[in-house]
Design a protein around this ligand. Structure first.
Ligand SMILES: NC(=O)C1=CN([C@@H]2O[C@H](COP(=O)(O)OP(=O)(O)OC[C@H]3O[C@@H](n4cnc5c(N)ncnc54)[C@H](O)[C@@H]3O)[C@@H](O)[C@H]2O)C=CC1
Ligand SMILES: O=C(O)C(=O)[C@H](O)COP(=O)(O)O
Length: 384
C-alpha cells in the first residue's frame, strides 16, 4: 500500500513503516500527480485537500495530524467515500502553554507584580480554550468564556458564557476558534474594525486560532493609531505569504507554532496512526510516549527564597519563550515576497525541539503550598 505523506509529519517510519510504503512529499507544494497512486494520504495543515488534489486518485483514507480542518473539503471526501480523520486536541496543551508564556512576558513588561490580576477572555472554548481555561482558573485568573455555538447547546446550561463584545473587554482576549465560513457563527473576519475599535492600549489581543479570523486590513489600520492595543499573532492571513508590515506593527509575531511542542506533533501522528489502523483493521501497537526522548532540560529547582511569580515565569519560559520565535520571524521578514514566504515555511520545517512543561521536573524546597499548586496547575511534575 502506498502512503503519501507530508515530509513534516514526525515519526512517519516509526508509526506507518509496517503499514505500507511511505513516500514523503512537501505538504505545501503537493500536487495531484504526487498522490495519484496512493491509497492513503497523510497531511498537516498546509495541504489543501479536495477534488483538485484527489480526483482520479486511489486515495481511500485521508488523515491530518492537526486539530484544524479548514484545509480539508470534508463534504467532498464524504461524497466520494473517502474516510477522513483529524487529530482533535493533539496539540491543545502546547497552545495553552504558548498563551501562558505570552501572558507571563506581557505581565512583566507591564510591571504587574501579580499576573493573575489580569482578566482573560477566551474566544472559542473547545479543546484548546478549555485546556487554557482550566490552567488559568487553577492559577487564580479571572476567566471569561465566549463560545456562542456551545452556549446554544442545552447541556451547557451550567456553564456561563459571555458575548464576544463582553469577552473583548477583558485585559487579555485570546482567540481559539476554528476558521469557518457560510454557517451560523462563522469566524471569517469575526474580529474586524468595530471589534478592534473597542480595544484600548491597555489590552492584549492574542490570535492562536487561524489568521483569517481577524481582518488584517482592519487590524493594520487600528495598529497605526496611537491608542492601539498590544497584539500577539501566531497565525496570519494567507500564510506563508504573510504581511511584513503587520509583523512590524504587532508586539509579538510567531510563525504559526503555538502547537509545535514535540508532544503535540507526535500526538498528532499517533492519532492518525490509530485512525488508519482502525480503518484497516490492524492492531494498534504504538503510542506517542514511546518515541519521546529525554528532554534537554529535565530539572529546575527553587527554594523558599524564590519570588513566587518569578519562579513560575522562569520555569514556563525555560520550556518555551515566545520571544525567540518572534526574533526569528522578524529576521525572516527581510527579502523579496517569495523569500519571505519560503523563510516562513522554513522556520516551521526546521523548528527546534520544544518540550511541554510536563517534561520538566520542578524541585521545590520550603516553598508555599500556593506555589506548589500553581506549578501543578500548569502541568509541571513536582518534587517536594
Ligand atoms: N496556532 C496553532 O498552532 C494552532 C491553532 N489551532 C486552531 O485552533 C482552533 C481551535 O482548536 P480546538 O480548541 O482544538 O478546536 P475545537 O473544535 O475543540 O474547539 C473550537 C471551539 O470554537 C467554538 N467556536 C466556533 N465558532 C465560534 C465563534 N464564532 N465564536 C466563539 N467560539 C466559536 C466551537 O464551538 C468550539 O467549542 C483549531 O480549529 C485550529 O484552527 C489549533 C492548534 C494549533
Ligand atoms: O493543529 C493545528 O490545527 C495547527 O494549527 C497546527 O499546529 C499547524 O501545524 P502545521 O500543520 O501547519 O504543521
Amino acid at each position: 500500500m502506498l502512503i503519501v505523506a507530508d515530509e513534516n509529519i514526525p515519526l512517519l517510519d516509526s508509526f506507518f513503516g509496517e503499514i505500507g510504503e511511505i513516500r514523503r512529499v512537501s505538504g505545501r507544494t503537493m500536487t495531484a500527480s504526487d498522490v495519484r497512486d496512493a491509497e492513503v494520504l497523510l497531511v498537516r495543515s498546509v495541504t489543501r485537500v479536495g477534488p483538485e488534489l484527489l480526483e482520479g486518485s486511489k486515495v481511500r483514507f485521508v488523515g491530518t495530524a492537526t486539530i484544524g480542518t479548514d484545509h480539508v473539503d470534508e463534504e467532498w471526501l464524504a461524497r466520494n467515500g473517502i474516510r477522513f480523520s483529524a487529530a482533535p486536541g493533539c496539540n491543545a496543551n502546547s497552545v495553552a502553554e504558548y498563551v501562558l508564556s505570552v501572558l507571563s512576558v506581557h505581565a512583566e513588561r507591564r510591571g504587574l507584580a501579580d499576573w493573575t490580576r489580569l482578566s482573560v477572555g477566551i474566544v472559542g472554548v473547545g479543546n484548546v480554550g478549555s485546556e487554557l481555561s482550566r490552567k488559568l482558573d487553577r492559577l487564580g485568573f479571572d476567566v471569561r468564556l465566549c463560545d456562542p455555538p456551545r452556549a446554544e447547546l442545552e447541556d451547557e446550561a451550567d456553564t456561563s458564557f459571555v458575548s464576544l463584545e463582553e469577552a473583548m473587554t477583558c485585559d487579555v482576549v485570546t482567540l481559539h476558534t476554528p476558521l469557518t465560513r457560510n454557517q451560523p457563527h462563522a469566524t471569517y473576519h469575526m474580529v474586524g474594525a468595530a471589534e478592534l475599535e473597542g480595544l484600548s492600549a491597555d489590552q492584549l489581543l492574542i490570535n492562536a486560532g487561524r489568521g483569517e479570523v481577524i481582518d488584517t486590513q482592519a487590524l493594520k489600520a487600528r495598529l497605526s493609531q496611537t491608542s492601539a492595543p498590544v497584539v500577539a499573532l501566531d497565525v496570519w492571513e494567507s500564510e506563508p505569504a504573510i504581511d511584513p508590515e503587520l509583523v512590524q506593527q504587532v508586539w509579538l509575531a510567531t510563525p504559526h507554532i503555538a502547537g509545535y511542542s514535540l508532544e503535540g506533533k507526535v500526538q498528532g501522528t499517533e492519532m492518525i496512526y490509530r485512525a488508519l489502523s482502525r480503518y484497516l483493521g490492524f492492531p494498534v501497537r504504538k503510542q506517542a510516549g514511546q518515541f519521546l526522548p529525554e528532554p534537554a532540560l529535565s530539572k529546575v529547582s527553587f527554594t523558599s527564597a524564590a519570588d513566587e511569580d518569578d519562579a513560575i515565569k522562569i520555569a514556563l519560559r525555560a520550556c518555551y519563550d515566545p520571544r525567540r520565535d518572534d526574533a526569528r520571524l522578524r529576521i525572516a521578514m527581510r527579502g523579496s515576497d517569495q523569500e519571505r514566504a519560503a523563510a516562513f515555511d522554513q522556520l516551521r520545517r526546521d523548528y527546534p525541539v520544544r518540550r511541554e512543561c510536563s517534561s520538566l521536573k520542578v524541585q521545590l524546597k520550603g516553598t508555599s503550598k500556593s506555589l506548589q499548586d500553581s506549578f501543578r496547575a500548569i502541568g509541571f511534575k513536582l518534587k517536594i
